[in-house]
Design a protein around this ligand. Structure first.
Ligand SMILES: O=C(O)CCC(=O)C(=O)O
Ligand SMILES: [Fe+2]
Length: 323
């Protein structure tokens, strides 16, 4: 227990860690250094955590949920204007996992993926979508960048090290909105196959309908439910690569059993597309600390991943070095 009687992050054995973002931005030096430690422990031990007191206004999040719902409830003809093509198309709408046509009988969701940084892209309808999304992604990006600074410190670096090395000022940020329709409307089960995300950290906000699960010691553990007004934060592939395997990319999936529609606002946050990402040179040497991953340009990784996914493979398998 902390001095005021509140439970601290790691007292509850084997439950997803909870990190208080406000301690990172406005805590005392001691509080900040403790929360940096907690972030490091969460990234290493769990590969994910819940983020509370993040400062993104709840009203903005609610409006984003409403406008996203309006988007997906447009007619198919209207949505076809934004149909998915290449992985780097600025706006793409589709179904299934990335470009794969998953079996509709077992897994189903619709998605809209927008590249929102370095340039902001958004469908021109519904009318207030663009304004809301632009505000939302600026705020979530600020949270993500602050978290990366904390992660950088937790690895023993100065807080700006990862930002600089990975050219995060020109970083690639997506807003992926997932829509799992209500079971009363469509008689199908909804979800998303087990996968890891590209980038450094994914921020995910759900509309109160649970479904996200992470793999922990061979078992799927529900994430999100029970902690109100929180982001789920998930380690992604390039964090594992850059940390040379210390902070593993987290396998997750979605299984929606609740009859209500589920909407998630998901922000993968990556380096700039032209950054060649490999293990940090500060974490490897030619002797005891060998690199475990081959360097690869982030853009190539994304393109390669999309091609491989149809064959059920993962780009990670191409760059992982077996020691
Ligand atoms: O919508 C969810 O529950 C998970 C989404 C996700 O993992 C993704 O979009 O990569
Ligand atoms: Fe994901």
């Amino acid at each position: 227990m902390s001095s005021n009687g509140e439970p601290t992050s790691f007292e509850v054995q084997d439950s997803i860690p909870i990190i208080d973002y406000s301690l990172l931005t406005s805590g005392t030096a001691n509080e900040r250094s403790k929360v940096v430690q907690d972030i490091g422990k969460a990234c290493e031990d769990w590969g994910c955590f819940m983020l509370v007191n993040h400062g993104v206004p709840e009203t903005l999040i609610e409006e984003m949920m409403d406008v996203s719902s309006e988007f997906f409830e447009m007619t198919i003809e209207e949505k076809l204007e934004f149909e998915a093509h290449g992985v780097l198309d600025p706006v793409r709408c589709g179904t299934g996992l990335n470009l794969v046509n998953v079996n509709k009988d077992t897994l189903w969701r619709e998605y809209l993926r927008l590249i929102v940084h370095p340039d902001f892209n958004c469908p021109h309808k519904p009318a207030r979508f663009s304004e809301l999304a632009s505000d939302y992604v600026k705020r979530t990006r600020a949270v993500a960048m602050e978290l990366v600074n904390g992660v950088s410190e937790s690895l023993g670096f100065e807080s700006s090290y990862m930002n600089r090395e990975l050219n995060l000022d020109a970083g690639f940020q997506l807003l992926a909105i997932n829509y799992y329709p209500s079971l009363l409307e469509v008689d199908i089960s909804r979800g998303l196959m087990p996968h890891t995300d590209h980038g450094l950290l994914t921020l995910l906000y759900e509309n109160g309908v649970p479904g996200l699960e992470v793999l922990r010691d061979g078992k799927w553990v529900g994430m999100g439910g029970g902690v109100s007004n929180a982001f789920s934060i998930i380690n992604s592939d390039h964090l594992e690569i850059f940390s040379n395997g210390k902070y593993k990319s987290k396998l997750h999936r979605t299984v929606v059993k609740d009859g209500r529609k589920r909407i998630t606002l998901v922000n993968p946050n990556g380096p700039s597309l032209d950054t060649i990402v490999g293990p940090s040179s500060r974490l490897v040497d030619g002797e005891n600390r060998l690199p475990r991953y081959l360097p690869m340009k982030y853009r190539d990784y994304l393109e390669c991943q999309t091609k491989l996914i149809t064959a059920g493979k993962h780009a990670f398998d191409m760059i992982r070095i077996d020691i």
